[in-house]
Design a protein around this ligand. Structure first.
Ligand SMILES: [Zn+2]
Length: 288
């Protein structure tokens, strides 16, 4: 059964580790993530963007798929199903469909409108036991076709959203979505510290966690980050393993074209990478 993310995130914040939030794209991805977290006894957030949920057949399909896999795979670690970068309408639809956690990303609105809409989503979600993440300030890179310039969030604006009773907060601290460019300036720890102080130690979320050097994520966790989003990193290892299989001509040998064989190396790569990240974030073994 799905659980809200509030308890796992608060425990992570107190214990100075971070919950991995893996984006899923399909059945195999979801199975691989669940296998990795069960193996490493890691509390997890599985998340979808609105477009990924649409790709899979809709919010209800995703809710049913994750719930069914938890049952059929005998998963005992806490699992939250979260909407990543939700719109106002998308967050409402996911709360209705059975997601146990939602993000409402109002960062592209004026701060006044962001506050107003965040407040409404938080009230609706909490009335159903669903946890909420909100965002202040853009996060660089491209997410669902929307490119943000990437900025450092304003601590006072972060406080205004935190005071609404949000469960965890995403704020730009120099992080970006997708692959990090070679000339990336790194995370801004000074701003992270200022925001953490302004929001009275509420758990923070690091978006674009793929490819940030370990020393930086680890320092961010020590400063109050309790959820790290991972999307690109699993996509890259999956694509790499699949390319190797095809380039080696294995799809042309015997029944190597069978999708169950064709997708296997990529799936194994996802499991291995997810396990590695669970351990790197300090969340492995924290399920009990
Ligand atoms: Zn994001």
């Amino acid at each position: 059964m799905l659980v809200s993310a509030t308890e796992m995130i608060n425990k992570a914040h107190e214990g100075h580790y971070a919950i991995p939030a893996f984006n899923t794209n399909n059945l195999e991805w979801t199975q691989c993530i669940l296998k990795a977290v069960q193996e490493t006894q890691t509390p997890v957030m599985i998340q979808t963007s609105e477009s990924a949920a649409k790709y899979m057949g809709g919010y209800k399909m995703v809710v049913d798929m994750v719930n069914d896999l938890i049952d059929s795979m005998g998963i005992t670690v806490p699992v939250a199903l979260h909407l990543d970068h939700g719109t106002y309408d998308g967050a409402k639809a996911c709360i209705e469909a059975g997601y146990s956690s939602v993000m409402f990303d109002g960062s592209h609105y004026s701060i006044e409108e962001n506050i107003e809409k965040s407040k409404e989503i938080i009230a609706l979600a909490h009335s159903k036991g669903v946890s909420v993440e909100c965002e202040v300030g853009g996060i660089g890179g491209t997410e669902d076709g929307v490119t943000s310039a990437g900025e450092l969030a304003d601590p006072a604006e972060c406080k205004a959203i935190a005071d609404l009773g949000v469960d965890f907060l995403a704020a730009g601290i120099g992080n970006i979505h997708g692959k990090y460019p070679a000339d990336w300036a790194g995370l801004n720890f000074e701003r992270l510290g200022e925001i953490q102080a302004a929001i009275n130690g509420k758990p923070m979320v690091l978006h674009g966690g793929s490819g940030i050097p370990f020393e930086q994520t680890s320092k961010a966790v020590s400063l109050g980050v309790s959820k790290i989003n991972i999307n690109t990193e699993l996509q890259l290892v999956f694509a790499d393993a699949t390319r190797k299989y095809i380039e080696a001509g294995k799809d042309l040998e015997g029944k190597g074209y069978d999708p169950r064989k064709l997708l296997k190396p990529g799936c194994e790569a996802i499991v291995a990478k997810a396990e590695e990240l669970c351990k790197a974030f300090g969340a492995a073994g924290k399920a009990n």
